[in-house]
Write a protein that binds this ligand. Sequence first.
Ligand code: F6R
Length: 362
Amino acid sequence: MTALGSFKMKIDLDNLDLVAKIDRSDMIGAVNHFPDAFKRRTDVMVGELRGGRSGIRSLVLMGMGGSASAGDVVLDWLRDELKIPALVHREPGLPGFVNHGTLFVGISYSGNTSETLNAFRAAKSRRAHVIGVGTGGKLSDLCSQLGAPFLEVEPALAPRAALGQLIVAAASVLENLGLVRSVVREMSEVGAELTGLMGQFRGQTPLEKNPAKRLATDLLYHFIVLYSLQRMSSVARRFKNQLAENSKELAKYDILPEACHNGIEAWRGSTRSMLPVIIRDGDESAFERSIVEAFKSTISSVAKAHPMEVRLPGRGRLARLLFPIFFLDYASVYLAILKRIDPTPTELIEEYKSRLASRRGR
Ligand code: F6R
């Protein structure tokens, strides 16, 4: 697999002039900035809620694409502490339970995503406590009209490059409302640790010492099938999305142990180009470790490609989510460059949005 990747590889990832010619808007630079948002102190005041915090009995984090990824990470990070049911929601309609006891956080980087705006309006009409997060746009206008709090985040190269600031904003809302403990210290510690990791992954570090560049060369020409434990699924889904948006690469992700009870069978029909990549958590319980190892050895007996593993140990829960996200974000950009693709433009997403808007007559 590595040999195939390097044999067909035409781009020298260490040639920074050539890389800059392909990565025209500097997505690598945007990934370099990922740690910054976690190092800034954000004082988020969302005001007094009707009925106080005790009135909140469920939590919905709503968003699409890159904005939804922030909700995924926040729940993987803080779910154990949250004493109320919580989910990440990704469609214009609402689940039946949303009511006056729901905290509904609408996350949209641009503020103009129609599915998110629709759900936001619907949540307000169900008398949920609504809060907006983003850079502005219609969501910010809607919040002003409704007298709802809006948290403005710093702009980035693209919504997916604003993951850090969207996570910080959403987690700060939960902290400010007393739904979770103080998260500020953990965020700033992880921010500093991410900056430390950057030296290994950034463009200036040559391929032989750069695991992100090496992973990208190994992934080239493969259909990538990602696996992780449920509580690391934000990492697997983010990487699947980054492979699509940055590298224009079709990939899928599946969750363990559920995939051991169905998807595992599909490896009998796999081809050489189908590559299983298992995203590990450095803090797996003995039971979880057994699940992952049993899965890996079972598919190894039939898959044509040997399963790869991604494992970046970190001290706390947030670190164990953000370290692999940071590493894999770099790998997705390097993979784009190996394919001579500028990672930044997402023309089909824009086309979808404008087709949707014209069908809805806006
Ligand atoms: C593009 C990207 C997309 C957007 C999505 C929703 O970089 O990541 O997945 O995040 O189309 O748009 P926003 O985030 O503006 O609500």
